[in-house]
Design a protein around this ligand. Structure first.
Ligand SMILES: Nc1ncnc2c1ncn2[C@@H]1O[C@H](COP(=O)(O)OP(=O)(O)OP(=O)(O)O)[C@@H](O)[C@H]1O
Ligand SMILES: [Mg+2]
Ligand SMILES: [Zn+2]
Length: 517
């Protein structure tokens, strides 16, 4: 078997390092100026070049080329020895398997002996965060007074686990996730060197799946590429699946539209087409998580393509944060359940249908946590509702159609002139109630409610209301479609509590002792 591609393409010189220019330039200048430090900490995500650059530095400081700025020259004896792994003054320690204090003490004892071959003894301690506290303390002693011939390079993916005392002794360099275009360019170069014809979009898919780790991306290329054969997107998709593939986005479209049948059909097609249910579940969860991030205005992670992100943004607009959270929670549970399910698609189907059940009881201004409250299992014994927080006073509620019908007709006409879509949205409102300076609007789903609650829509409607009613009036929206099945067991669906909930009240406390009221 040949060497795995990512080993074969380990950077041999500074110019081979992809990205990380900030690190490479600093180190290169330090070598040229003969001002190399005695302790470095390289931190950053896996597969981004930490070990490679550490070895490069070890090579450069021991290179014998006369012109320091040309080091490493990759031709002198020392360079060649480092390259083939026989250089005695390069000591690599995997802290993950040598975590004990004895290991570090042994290192400390040996460190005072002069280098055998080169000018510097270079210690690379990989995964340094794995060291025990005692081992860290022993290491610290060495870092405090390193012999002039010693250089320590500590590498870690988890800087926060490295004690501050150690951090403060080191020159720190942060390695970054590699951007998509640089990853793709490197994959292209490797594919060309290996005689593999690869489609650009196939390499992009690979790079996205590598999520910024060049090693992972190169490994994927290694698995997929067949020398002499064209590497095509379809093939890559078949093997890797896509991160937010058509079927997942289609499924979410169905959720946004509230169309269970379409969603189930999407699932069926994907599973019949050979998608692995667990993999599919993970992709759904990843995508919903992406939707949640978009909804909260947080930056999206790496693995989505531009056109996918555009579609996800639209989907995120069509769902409320509580709705996304609830759906995410359901599919996350489904992903965990698939292992035990006798029918692998079943947990996904159940999650979908449940996600499309009546939206959680919440008011227009409810924080996402209410989704958790409303999806909590109903108590097994009849519940006595102890407290209802009325979003709006439920008593003295006038008939929901009590806005004078003619006035309401005028409001709709005027809104229609300004924005026909908004008029359609108003038509879909299930309940209306005017209370002095507030208009309460009830909607059957939180998608509709959230649409109405967009600032620009509220502004139009409030301006029209002022025009028609002759006074300023604020608009508040709530969910009106509460079914008796959404009420805790034991709550009379025609009673005061149910009415309060229908008007958007939120149950904030309940005890499960049976009472008669
Ligand atoms: N910045 C980079 N430039 C070029 N190749 C890279 C880079 N980062 C990673 N690679 C490729 O990935 C392989 C592994 O990289 P390396 O061992 O340096 O990563 P690392 O950051 O030490 O990862 P880990 O945290 O898992 O130890 C290299 O042999 C090379 O093929
Ligand atoms: Mg490493
Ligand atoms: Zn050299």
């Amino acid at each position: 078997m040949s060497l795995s591609l990512y080993r074969k393409y380990r950077p041999g010189n500074w110019s081979d390092v992809v990205g990380q220019a900030h690190v490479v330039n600093t180190l290169r200048n330090a070598v040229a100026a003969d001002r190399v430090g005695h302790a470095y900490l390289f931190s950053g995500p896996r597969g981004t070049g930490k070990t490679s650059v550490a070895r490069l530095l070890a090579k450069a400081v021991n290179c014998t080329h006369e012109d320091r700025s040309q080091r490493p020259d990759c031709t002198c004896d020392n360079c060649l020895a480092v390259q083939n792994g026989s250089f005695m003054d390069l000591i690599e320690i995997d802290a993950a398997s040598n975590t004990s204090v004895e290991d570090v003490r042994e290192l400390r004892d040996k460190i005072n002996f002069s280098p055998n071959q080169g000018k510097y003894k270079v210690y690379i301690i990989d995964e340094v965060h794995m060291l025990s506290t005692a081992a860290f303390n022993a290491l610290l002693k060495t870092l405090e007074e390193p012999p002039a011939h010693a250089i320590f390079i500590l590498a870690t993916t988890e800087t926060h686990k490295v004690p501050a005392t150690v951090l403060s002794r080191c020159q720190r360099h942060e390695f970054r996730r590699l951007p998509l275009d640089e990853t793709v360019a490197q994959l292209q170069k490797i594919a060309a060197d290996e005689g593999v014809q690869a489609d650009q979009d196939a390499l992009e898919l690979i790079a996205r799946q590598g999520t910024g780790s060049l090693r992972d991306s190169i490994s994927l290329l290694d698995q997929l590429a067949v020398p002499g054969e064209q590497l095509k997107l379809e093939w890559a998709q078949q093997v890797l699946g896509t991160s937010a593939s058509e079927s997942v986005l289609g499924l979410i479209d169905a959720i946004v539209a509230g169309d269970a049948a379409a969603g189930l059909e999407r699932l069926r097609v994907a599973l019949d087409g050979g998608s692995d249910a667990r993999q599919l579940a993970r992709q759904i969860v990843d995508t919903l998580r992406g939707l949640l991030l978009l909804r909260m205005g947080a930056p999206l992670s790496y693995e989505f393509a531009g056109d996918e992100v555009r579609r996800m943004k639209e989907q995120a607009d069509g769902l409320s944060a509580p709705q996304i959270l609830r759906t995410l929670r359901l599919f996350n549970e489904a992903a965990a359940d698939i292992r035990q399910a006798w029918q692998p698609g079943l947990p996904l189907e159940m999650a979908l249908v449940e996600a499309l059940q009546a939206a959680p009881v919440s008011t227009g201004t409810t924080a996402p946590t209410s989704a958790a409250a409303s999806t909590a299992p109903a108590p097994s014994r009849p519940a006595a509702v102890q407290a209802v927080r009325p979003a709006k006073p439920a008593s003295n509620a006038s008939n929901l159609a009590g806005m004078d019908a003619a006035q309401w007709g005028r409001v709709k006409d005027l809104v229609k002139q300004k924005n026909p879509n908004l008029a359609a949205l108003l038509n879909s409102s299930k309940a209306r109630e005017l209370r002095e300076d507030r208009l309460l609007l009830g909607f059957a789903t939180d998608v509709l409610r959230d649409k109405m609650q967009k600032q620009e829509n509220l502004e139009v409607l409030e301006a029209v209301l002022e025009q028609v009613l002759g006074r300023r009036c604020t608009v508040e929206c709530f969910l009106s479609g509460v079914k008796s099945s959404d009420l805790p067991a034991g709550v009379d669906s025609s009673g005061a509590v149910a009415t309060a909930v229908r008007l958007g009240g939120e149950i904030v406390d309940q005890s499960d002792q049976a009472t008669n009221d």
